[in-house]
Design a protein around this ligand. Sequence first.
Ligand SMILES: NC(=O)c1ccc[n+]([C@@H]2O[C@H](COP(=O)([O-])OP(=O)(O)OC[C@H]3O[C@@H](n4cnc5c(N)ncnc54)[C@H](OP(=O)(O)O)[C@@H]3O)[C@@H](O)[C@H]2O)c1
Length: 352
Amino acid sequence: MIRQFNLTGLHCKLNGQAVMGQENSGTMRAAVCTAYGAPEVLQLTEVPVPIPGPHDVLIRVHASAVNSADWRLRRPDPWGVRLFLGLRKPRVKVLGGVFAGEVVATGTKVTRFRSGDRLFGSTLMRFGGYGEYVALPEKATMTTMPRGFSFNDAAALSFGYLTALHYLRKAKIAAGQSVLIVGASGSVGTAAVQLAVHFGAKVTGVSSKANLELVRSIGAARTLDYNSDEYAKDKTQYDVIVDTVGKVPWKDHLQRVKADGKLVLINPGTLRAMYLPLLQPFYKPRIVAGVGAEKRVDLEIIRDLAEQKKFRPVIDRTYPLVQIAEAHRYVEAGHKKGNVVVMVAGESNDSN
Ligand SMILES: NC(=O)c1ccc[n+]([C@@H]2O[C@H](COP(=O)([O-])OP(=O)(O)OC[C@H]3O[C@@H](n4cnc5c(N)ncnc54)[C@H](OP(=O)(O)O)[C@@H]3O)[C@@H](O)[C@H]2O)c1
C-alpha cells in the first residue's frame, strides 16, 4: 500500500491530481551514512521525504542493491571520492546507487512517467536508493521494469549490466570472438558473461573453483579456476580479455590478447586508469580503461533483453534495509556471487 503523505509545497501530480501548497512532505525510513568508515556508519533513521522538482518523479523504493561502488563510496576507496562527496564527511546522507520501485508522484513538467509506473535504474549522483522514497529527474538513467520481473530482480539489473554493456561495446565485441572474462562470478562479471554470450562470443570465465559451476550455468563455454595450473599455463590467444577484478598484473594479460585484440581493465586503479592511455602507442592490443558511462538507452536494451528472457540476474543474497550494515560488510569482503539485493520499502515483491 502506498503511504499517504502531504506533497504540498510542490508542483506535483499525486496519483494524477495536481498538488500545490506550502507544507512539507513528511518523513521516511532510510539508512543514513553518518560518516565515512566501516559499515556501522550506516544507520537506520527517519529523514524527510525528498521533494521532487517540476522535472522529477518521486519513487517509492521497493528494492535497492549493494554493489562494489556502494562500499567504495562509504569507505571511501579511493580517497579521491572525498573530492566530490565531501572532504570530512559525505554531503549526501542517503546512499544507494540503484533502485527498483513505483512512481507515486510526478512534477508538473514530467511527461515520460506517471504514478503507478514501475521503474528501475541508477540514482546517479543523487543516490538515495537506501531510503523509502527517492526523487529523480525524469531523464535519469531509469526506465520501466521488464515484465515478469520482481522489484528484487530489477534492482539487480542496473549496476553490473550497465558497466558490462559499456565495456563490451568499447571492446567492439562481435559474434564468434573468443572472450576471457576474469572475475566472472561478480556483479559485473556475471553480466559480462551473459551479455557476451548473447552477442555470440565464445566465453571463457575465470573464477574461484567454488564458482565454476555458476559461471558455466550462465553460459560460459569454458571455465578456469584462477588458482589452477590450467589457468597459469593457458596459452590461448583471446580476441578480448575483460578483467573485472584487477588482481592480475595487466601486462600478464597482454601475453594472452591477440595483437589486434582488446584488453579491457574495469578495475585498473585510479592512477593506472590515468596513465594507461599514454602507454597505448607502445602496445598493439587496444587497452580500454576508465569509468563506465550509465546510459538510459543501455538500460532500455538491458530491460528488453531481460524481458525476452535472454538472461536473469544472479542474486547471491537479499537483506532487509535494517541489515544494511551487514549487507555492506558482506559485499566489501569481495566474494559475492552476482548481486546483493536490499529490500527497502516493499511489502510485496510480486512480479510485474
Ligand atoms: N570502471 C568502472 O566504471 C567500474 C564500474 C563498476 C565496477 N567497477 C569495479 O569493478 C570491480 C568488480 O566489481 P563487481 O561489482 O563485479 O565486484 P563483486 O561483485 O564484488 O565481485 C567480485 C568477484 O570477483 C571474484 N574474484 C575475487 N578474486 C578473483 C580473482 N583473482 N580472479 C577472478 N575472480 C576473482 C570474487 O569471487 P571469489 O572471491 O569467490 O573468487 C567475486 O565474485 C570493482 O572493483 C569495482 O570497483 C568499475
